[in-house]
Ligand binder design. Structure first.
Ligand code: AGP
Length: 607
């Protein structure tokens, strides 16, 4: 979950490296550092904390040189301090790393026996010393890389520069993403295309096991067997401008307000404007050929999967198994011979989800990925891909990607329902129309942000909270709790409202606010009883409902928000928005770091 960059430039490298790191800071921000070649020697500047600490350091002591590498860290091995900050270097080589070197301890012992003196607690430093041993034995940088890489176990993306080798950067990828950027007489490396967007829109993604020698003339790609291979460059749609806050105080707020457009764009990519019906690209499986689908993801994407389960089972009659990626592959799930696997991932780089995808694919399951980054590892590993059109999501707390995922999943469920003949055309048209009305409903909800801000002032004082929902709103309650806990650091737990009496109600007192997601549907009366039960025990209850629900809650809860009347099928895409705003405003009231919450990173590329 770190970000790495490298440049071979015709201008000072430090500024370009910093620009790239700023775009990768969402991947980790415990420390940051640069290394360049100055007079053929390696020079480093590192700082604990965010990029701005490194910027201050560079103002004190600028870093010359036109060849360099940079890193922003999410600590895996070793405390987040300057000594453990990347780049790690010897006199011969400097290295930055994203991932985990799982055999670093045995390598370290071997290298210490060879007289290597370590300065840090990190796994990464073993790579610098291993390369140095080969270089001291007379190997060229490329030969040293070719010898060292096979000795490493684990997942990594690396960038390296070598003393005395101006104009050379070597990058390697195994399990963690790495992209080569093609400039005009310049070459770049970045953990993803986002880092390279201000420099170039022509990128080449390294394949699994690849390593590449970059010089000002271009890149030479080697596969895991050290054979020279060709890799296609592609044009990305990203631009530097897409990464700005566009005047919003935080990326998260910008991305919450982008949702009407994002959901609209995503639906437009899946619904034929002529017929008004769902029109998907070919899927890697036929709905009539499968009898069950497993949907696997992590975090917010997992809650999108849980929501999809209700849609597929209620509308299409297709059995769905949903699991957390880190559990799925280790529980040896019996794979249905008429089954398929779907994974959901905003980044397309989540290690657990990628591993689950590979687990199922290796066992003959057809796999479909719903991702937000088209060139990502998960997109390239799946048999088929459906893209969410959320654009770059920078805030660590996922918002617009979630509603875009729901839009894709709802369309998939409708496509499945039609193919299986589970719903007639009239009903299908009504459900599709309900989806197409979602952007407008989200917009209407966002106009009520001031009221949500008032409620947030109460939550900011809380230490613990419960989020409740039934049916389709249960996964939304889970997602609302995750949003709150990950950016405000308040302990919040999502629960099926019907489970309250089976334990959690013991937690209820006047210090435990309860958020309830309950538009007026077939289950509303049951949830209304739950609301009364917790109010009777002193809880402040905040309810997200609709006009009909608001008018029937008597006595009224502490706070309620009435959503526009929405077809229950499409309601989850709208009900989540007030919970996103609630989490944002609560975090703001608490003064936490909304876009880069402590201990987190945007893309979890380690298991
Ligand atoms: C959500 O707000 C979190 N940032 C996190 O749970 C995230 O959803 C999870 O890590 C999965 O990420 P992905 O969608 O990129 O795979």
């Amino acid at each position: 979950m770190c970000g790495i960059v490298g440049v071979i430039a015709k201008r000072p490298a430090a500024g370009l490296l910093l620009e790239g790191l700023r775009r990768l800071e969402y991947r980790g921000y415990d420390s940051a550092g640069l290394a360049t070649l100055e007079g053929g020697k390696i020079a480093r500047r590192r700082a604990r904390g965010k990029i701005r600490a490194l910027e201050d350091r560079l103002r004190e002591e600028p870093l010359p040189g036109v060849t360099g590498i940079g890193h922003t860290r999410w600590a895996t091995h070793g405390k987040p301090n300057e000594a453990n900050a990347h780049p790690h270097a010897t006199g011969q080589v400097a290295v930055v790393h994203n991932g985990i070197i799982e055999n670093y301890k045995e390598l370290r012992r071997e290298l210490e026996q060879k007289g290597c003196v370590f300065q840090s607690e990190t796994d990464t430093e073993t790579v610098a010393h291993l390369l140095s041993v080969y270089l001291r034995e007379g190997a060229s940088p490329a030969e040293a890389a070719a010898k060292a890489l096979p000795r490493l176990e684990g997942a990594f993306a690396l960038a390296m520069i070598f003393a005395g080798h101006e104009g050379l950067v070597i990058g390697a990828r195994r399990g963690s993403p790495l992209a080569v950027g093609h400039g005009e007489g310049e070459m770049y490396l970045g953990s993803d295309a986002l880092a390279l967007a201000p420099l170039t829109s022509r990128v080449t993604y390294l394949e699994e096991g690849d390593w590449a020698e970059l010089t000002a003339d271009g890149a030479v790609f080697h596969d895991a067997g050290n054979n020279i291979v060709s890799r296609e460059a592609q044009q990305t749609a990203l631009s530097g401008a897409m990464i700005g806050k566009a005047g919003y105080r935080h990326f998260m707020l910008k991305e919450i307000f982008e949702q009407p457009g994002v959901v609209g764009d995503t639906l437009a990519s899946l619904i034929d404007p002529e017929t008004g019906r769902v029109a998907l690209p070919d899927l890697p499986f036929k709905w009539n050929a499968i009898q069950k689908i497993s949907i696997v993801a992590c975090g917010t994407a997992y809650y999108a999967a849980k929501t999809a389960k209700y849609w597929f089972e209620q509308v299409a009659g297709l059995p769905v198994e949903v699991d957390i990626a880190s559990e799925y592959r280790y529980r040896s799930p019996p794979l249905h011979d008429k089954g398929a696997l779907m994974v959901i991932s905003q980044s397309g780089e989540t290690a657990d989800t990628l591993a689950a995808l590979r687990f199922a694919g290796e066992r003959g399951q057809k796999t479909l990925a719903v991702v937000n980054v088209p060139g990502s590892s998960i997109a390239r590993a799946a048999d088929g891909v459906l893209q969410t059109h959320a654009g770059p999501e920078i805030g660590v707390a996922s918002t617009k990607a979630f509603t875009a995922q729901l839009a894709v999943l709802a369309c998939l469920a409708l496509d499945c329902a039609r193919t299986r003949g589970a719903v007639d055309e009239t009903r299908l048209d009504a459900l599709t129309q309900a989806l197409r009305a979602v952007p407008g409903h989200i917009n209407a909800v966002l106009q009520k942000s001031a009221s949500i801000r008032e409620a947030a002032q109460i939550l900011a004082e809380a230490r613990d909270m419960l989020y409740l929902g039934r049916g389709l709103y249960y996964p939304i309650a889970l997602e609302g709790a995750l949003k709150l806990k990950e950016i405000s650091y308040i302990h919040a737990e999502g629960y099926a409202a019907g489970e309250l009496k089976h334990g959690p109600i013991a937690l209820i007192d006047e210090d435990m606010p309860v958020v309830v997601v309950a538009p007026h549907d077939a289950l509303f009366e049951k949830t209304a009883s739950n609301i009364q039960e917790v109010m009777a025990r002193g809880a402040k209850v905040l309810v997200v409902t609709d006009e009909k629900g608001a008018s029937s809650l008597d006595p009224p809860p502490f706070w309620q928000l009435a959503l526009p009347e929405i077809d229950p099928f499409a309601a989850p895409l709208v009900c989540v928005v007030p919970l996103q705003v609630l989490a944002y405003e609560t975090a703001l009231a608490k003064g936490t770091d909304v876009d880069q919450p402590r201990n987190l990173a945007k893309s979890v590329t380690v298991e």
